[in-house]
Design a protein around this ligand. Structure first.
Ligand code: ATP
Length: 355
């Protein structure tokens, strides 16, 4: 497997890009370590598939350089890059048996038949299709066909990386969990470099060691699931990860105090930020409801089993708080912010400024 370096990658689909808006990828500069399990996470249209296809060679970037283990592969074809890619929908040979579908990429590269047999059987077990080996792919369900696609991606261990583009979309929810944990085990066992595209935060956080969050053609943060949760570097990351996402509100900061409308919030430490163009971010998990603090009007309480989500209005804007299932919502509710959960962001750039 290989370390992958993306050096200042930009990509425009149109012929004459005039401004940043015309670029699907604006400035991607990042390295994927050899043997790392990464998720590319972001909303629809943020550029995840474009980036994946640039790594595999299905697309050639308009600008920038791509290195595998230090070797420039920017101009190489998909075949020459030696990458396995699994797509959202099955890419298989309908007229071949399940076994031959998996054997094909190995035979194609001249692997000895005994090794083909061993690898194919191992992979069939992993994707739970061993008993279907002799069946033609044509007659299988969409679910099973997608598992063959996954198998075709996993069967070769000589590739530089395995790329997955929302591979579990058509798989039923229970099987999704099973396959995801098998992918994780595989990664632990063989140390493959894996990059997994998804717009689903649960999928990203459970699969990956490192999550690469993309927004509007750029990478906005790379971190472990815990880092993204505790210290979102960008308001988008705070909002996109978490359920509900982080509360964000405009404040003015002076010294270690923030002013939100008529309210004053004490800040921990000495913030780098000062002035009016500041946003304060706090996750619902760090908003405390009680008898003291800033007055709020409770709008809605959603009981979702193990906890409650309270939606309230604070200084005219909606704020979410999470309470334990047995906690009561006081009639005259007030809120305080746990200082440990306060993040400050520059309003124009929306990047973290410490708190
Ligand atoms: P999704 O999760 O919906 O697949 P994504 O994050 O993978 O989204 P991309 O498919 O990479 O995003 O698209 C990034 C941007 O590039 C979008 O604005 C999209 O409309 C545009 N785009 C993607 N493919 C093409 C294409 N073949 N021609 C022109 N524009 C494209």
């Amino acid at each position: 497997m290989a370390r992958i370096d993306l050096n200042h990658i930009r990509h425009a689909y149109g012929a004459n890009p005039k401004s940043d808006k015309d670029y699907a990828l604006r400035e991607v500069h990042h390295s994927f370590d050899d043997g790392g399990a990464y998720a590319l996470l972001g909303p629809s249209g943020c550029g995840k598939t474009t980036l994946l296809n640039i790594i595999s060679g299905l697309l050639h970037a308009s600008h920038g350089q791509l290195l595998f283990d230090g070797k420039d592969v920017t101009r190489l074809s998909t075949q020459e890059r030696n990458i396995a890619q699994v797509f959202q929908f099955p890419v298989i040979y309908d007229t071949m048996t399940v076994y031959d579908n998996l054997a094909f990429p190995l035979r194609n590269r001249g692997v000895a038949e005994a090794d083909v047999d061993r690898k194919v059987r191992e992979t069939l077990d992993m994707i739970d299709l061993a008993s279907w080996a002799k069946r033609k792919a044509r007659g299988l369900t969409a679910d099973q066909k997608q598992k063959i696609s996954l198998g075709r991606g996993l069967v070769r261990s000589d590739v530089n990386a395995i790329l997955f583009d929302e591979p579990l979309t058509v798989i039923d929810p229970h099987m999704k969990w099973v396959l995801r944990s098998q992918l994780k085990q595989l990664h632990r066992r063989f140390g493959y470099t894996m990059i997994y595209v998804t717009h689903d935060q649960t999928e990203a956080l459970t699969f990956a060691e490192k999550v690469v969050v993309m927004y509007d053609g750029e990478i906005v943060q790379i971190g472990t699931p815990a880092e993204l949760f505790e210290r979102p570097k960008h308001t988008f990351v705070g909002y996109f990860i978490g359920s509900p996402g982080m509360n964000v509100m405009p404040v003015s900061v002076e010294g270690n105090r923030a002013r939100l409308g008529g309210q004053v919030i004490d800040l921990p430490g000495s913030p780098k930020a000062e002035g009016n163009e500041i946003e304060l971010g706090i996750r619902p998990e760090y908003v405390r409801l009680g008898a003291a603090g800033m007055p709020v009007t409770v709008r809605k309480v959603e009981d979702i089993g193990r906890h409650k989500v309270v939606r309230a209005s604070l200084e005219g804007r909606e704020i979410a708080a999470i309470l334990g299932e047995d906690d009561q919502v006081p009639a005259d509710a007030r809120v305080t912010f746990d200082p440990a959960g306060i993040n400050l962001y520059d309003k124009s750039w929306r990047v973290e400024m410490g708190a």
